[in-house]
Design a protein. Structure first.
Length: 399
């Protein structure tokens, strides 16, 4: 009997999402009755605003929403996205330059598919979101990590990017505010990087999904606002998941030059067709409706941000740069490594995260998921009481 043909080598090389893996493990332990506190998932604990839910419920009464609609997205939603893009990113686009996707992850996947050719090098500032390198490889590209540590507030410089650039470099990933670090580039830093990309004809894929979650008077300046001429070689990715507490609704989008967007739309027409119509109507309502609750969410995140940073900083051996965006703290924990804790010698942040889960029943994501070892990501998008209790367990563990 002939052996079965092999599975896809490309997909076999793709790693499972580390953040979802840790979160699933934490949820499984909770289901067993263990008092686990999880900082793993980047998911707001708030409910989707009621007026958005009401709009979705009303949309269920219209049979037209039960049919196929354009693969690129409903026109009212793309108009609302165009208005948001102008308002928050300083870029005027037409609805034809927008594709609505099944969450931000599909936008990430399609962006790389649209502008990466086999063997192209993609500059990937690290620490990075765990999905980026896998999406680059799925497009047959080569991720090239450019690391910036806590001493640089996790922000790369033009000099670092230029040192990493080769004749095969065609794309730069630019994320501000950052997942996993919460870092926000200044307007001047953003302009310098944008100008560098423009001069070298490099595509920029900029993930702006956290752009409205900023603190201390900070503004996340879009790279196309800082360098308007860059719009012809930039894809902007965004979605309603984080700002509007709509992670499960699965509505994201990509914005960019018409030729690149056409490629992405063609791909989506074969890949998934249109996003769920009810979810699209909900997203339209979220973007176009009152933003009062969004500000309430942001204010709560800001309170939690200040709390987690101040409490983590009390642990000897932990350094916590001040995150000015998103809802993550990314402490440098190298001072805890190379030591014995409760009879266990801990050498890496992966080992440290396992130790913390075992001993303190606290789930964190190790730095290996986002680049080099020596760091932990903690999402503070969870309730205030749990947030404080989890950090106090860490303080006690490392006292």
């Amino acid at each position: 009997m002939t052996d079965r043909a092999p599975l896809s080598r490309k997909l076999s090389a793709i790693a499972e999402s580390a953040t979802l893996k840790v979160d699933a493990k934490a949820k499984a332990l909770k289901a067993e009755g263990k008092p686990v506190i999880s900082y793993a998932a980047g998911e707001p604990d708030f409910s989707t605003p009621q007026f958005v839910v009401d709009a979705a419920a009303e949309a269920l009464r219209n049979p037209a929403n039960f049919r196929y609609t354009p693969a690129a997205g409903l026109l009212p939603l793309r108009e609302a996205i165009a208005a948001k893009t102008l308002r928050d990113s300083g870029l005027e686009v037409s609805p034809s330059q927008i594709v609505v996707t099944n969450g931000g992850k599909q936008a990430v996947y399609q962006a790389f598919q649209a502008v990466v050719n086999p063997g192209d090098e993609v500059l990937l500032p690290a620490p990075y979101w765990t999905t980026y390198p896998e999406a680059i490889r799925l497009a047959d590209g080569v991720p090239v990590e450019v690391f910036a540590g806590a001493d640089q507030e996790y922000k790369v410089t033009v000099e670092q990017l230029e040192a990493a650039r080769t004749e095969r470099t065609t794309v730069l990933v630019f994320v501000s505010p950052s997942n996993p670090t919460g870092s926000v580039y200044t307007a001047e830093e953003t302009a310098a990087i944008g100008q560098w990309a423009l001069e070298h004809g490099i595509w920029v894929i900029t993930d702006e999904i956290y752009q409205n979650l900023v603190y201390e008077g900070t503004r996340a300046v879009s790279i196309v606002e800082a360098v308007p001429e860059l719009a012809g070689q930039t894809l902007l990715l965004n979605g309603v998941a984080k700002t509007y507490a709509m992670t499960g609704w699965r509505v994201g989008w990509m914005v960019g030059p018409s030729d690149a967007i056409k490629l992405a739309a063609n791909l989506q027409s074969h890949l998934t067709s249109n996003v769920n119509n009810i979810a699209q109507i909900a997203a339209t309502t979220a973007l176009s409706g009152p933003q009062d609750e969004v500000e309430e969410f942001r204010t709560a995140f800001d309170r939690r941000r200040r709390l987690i940073v101040s409490e983590l900083a009390k642990i000897e051996g932990v350094t916590v740069p001040n995150p000015l965006g998103a809802f993550y703290a990314y402490p440098d924990v190298q001072g805890l490594l190379g030591r014995e804790w409760k009879g266990r010698r801990i050498e890496t942040s992966l080992e440290l995260a396992d130790f913390i889960l075992d001993e303190a029943e606290v789930a964190v994501v190790p730095g290996e998921a986002f680049g080099p070892s020596g760091y932990l990501r903690l999402s503070y998008a969870l309730g205030d009481d749990q947030l404080l209790e989890g950090v106090r367990r860490l303080q006690e563990l490392f006292a």
